[in-house]
Design a protein around this ligand. Structure first.
Ligand code: PMP
Length: 402
């Protein structure tokens, strides 16, 4: 008898499983709209010029491969916080932000979950939007928090269920934690307006909820990193203490390098030092210290004026290409194929994803008949579309809904 004979086979990951099916498909027209990774106009992965130049600088500097400190590369964490909170952020300038490098956004969420499970003084319950990035649910459960949901998306309007959101947060126990997607909500592509963010901030204050931001797409939503940080900066300006998870996977295209940061705003420098010490105690037995190379790349870009400007231009370029695909797809479905249904949300949704409104059966049909792969909730990665395949995709959607 094997030690592991009672281990049941688990289901494949819903998103990474799609890539498997896509790879196995031999049709030349196949399209992968499942995974959230940017693709260029030719459908190819894109390494940013700013990243290539940063790597040249790093190579020329002949750095060693010594361990980083537990909380990572100090220059990187400082610059990451500056990018998110803004150079004029009071807690940043008061040395009151505790920040640690993380294994990209997922690792940041996990450190945050573990920190709150250990030190959060109020109910250890986290409210997640429905729907949310699928990994949030097991991630926070595994961190030891109780997971509950608040309404977010209205299938009827294909927009924000703002009344449902407010009602659910009003009914949350005082002091609960609320996870907020800072921008480019995944999977819906639907973000609150600035006026709605202001109302959410007031409600969070009223109920003494703890705002926990996941910012995986800074710059990717609008093409402007400051604009995409609006929600986080607004909450901080209103006196909230926040938790923040950052990822450089999308906005620098550093997916596999695993570059991210987790931060907490604190009362003052003395409190920040106590919190820092506990972040180290969380990280040390998890993975000891983070990887070096990606942090050097991001830090080189963030600290070099010329590279920073080039990077900003490239972020804008990626965001704009996605926005132009939204417009093209909308045109094709409405004026082009006159596909039944309302398609305005394709244009109004924000960021990498669009929640098309396609039903599971239609998504299945697209995979089987048209070699078009997406998650079964109808989410597509807009970045997978380009000038050469968008027409074929629109045609497939048209056939699937008729
Ligand atoms: N949060 C959200 C909402 C995401 O969409 C993603 C990436 N799909 C992440 C976090 C984390 O990604 P990574 O660990 O690659 O930075």
């Amino acid at each position: 008898l094997s030690t592991w004979s009672a281990v049941p086979a688990g289901p494949p990951d819903p998103i990474l499983g799609i890539t498997e099916a896509f790879k196995a498909d031999t049709d030349s027209r196949k399209i992968n709209l499942g995974v959230g990774a940017y693709r260029d106009e030719n459908g190819k992965p894109y390494v940013l010029n700013a990243v290539k130049k940063a790597e040249e600088i790093i190579t020329a500097a002949k750095l060693d491969k010594e361990y980083l400190p537990i909380t990572g590369l100090a220059g990187f964490t400082k610059n990451a916080a500056k990018l998110a909170y803004g150079a004029d952020s009071p807690p940043l300038n008061q040395n009151a932000i505790a920040v640690t490098q993380s294994i990209s956004g997922t690792g940041a969420l996990r450190i945050g979950g573990a920190f709150l499970a250990r030190h959060y003084p109020n109910p250890k319950i986290i409210y997640l939007p429905t729907p949310t990035w699928g990994n949030h649910i097991p991630l926070f459960k595994d961190s030891g928090l109780e997971v509950r949901n608040y309404r977010y998306f209205d299938r009827k309007t294909v927009g924000l269920d703002f009344d449902g959101l407010k009602e659910d947060l009003k009914n949350a126990p005082e002091g609960a934690i609320v996870l907020l997607h800072a921008c480019a909500h995944n999977p819906t592509g639907v973000d609150p307006t600035q006026a709605q963010w202001a109302e959410i901030s007031d409600l969070v204050a009223e109920k003494r909820l703890f705002p926990f931001f996941d910012m995986a797409y800074q710059g990717f939503a609008s093409g402007d990193t400051a604009r995409d940080a609006y929600a986080v900066r607004h909450f901080v300006s209103q006196g909230h203490q926040v938790a923040l998870c950052q990822s450089f996977a999308k906005n620098m295209g550093l997916y596999g390098e695993r570059v991210g940061a987790f931060s907490l705003t604190t009362k003052d420098e003395e409190e920040r030092k106590r919190v820092d010490s506990q972040l180290k105690i969380i990280v040390r037995p998890m993975y000891s210290n983070p990887p070096l190379h990606g942090a050097h790349i991001a830090n080189t870009i963030l600290s070099n004026t010329e590279l920073y400007q080039e990077w900003e231009g490239e972020v804008k370029g990626m965001a704009n290409r996605i926005i132009s695909m939204r417009e093209r797809l909308y045109e094709l479905l409405t004026n082009g194929y006159q596909t039944p249904g309302e398609w305005g949300h394709i244009k109004s949704q924000i960021g990498m994803f669009s929640f098309t409104g396609l039903k599971t059966e239609q998504c299945k049909a697209l995979a089987e008949k048209a070699h078009i792969y997406m998650t079964m909730d109808g989410r597509i990665s807009m970045a997978g579309l380009n000038g050469s395949n968008v027409e074929y995709f629109a045609q497939g959607v048209d056939a699937a809904v008729r």
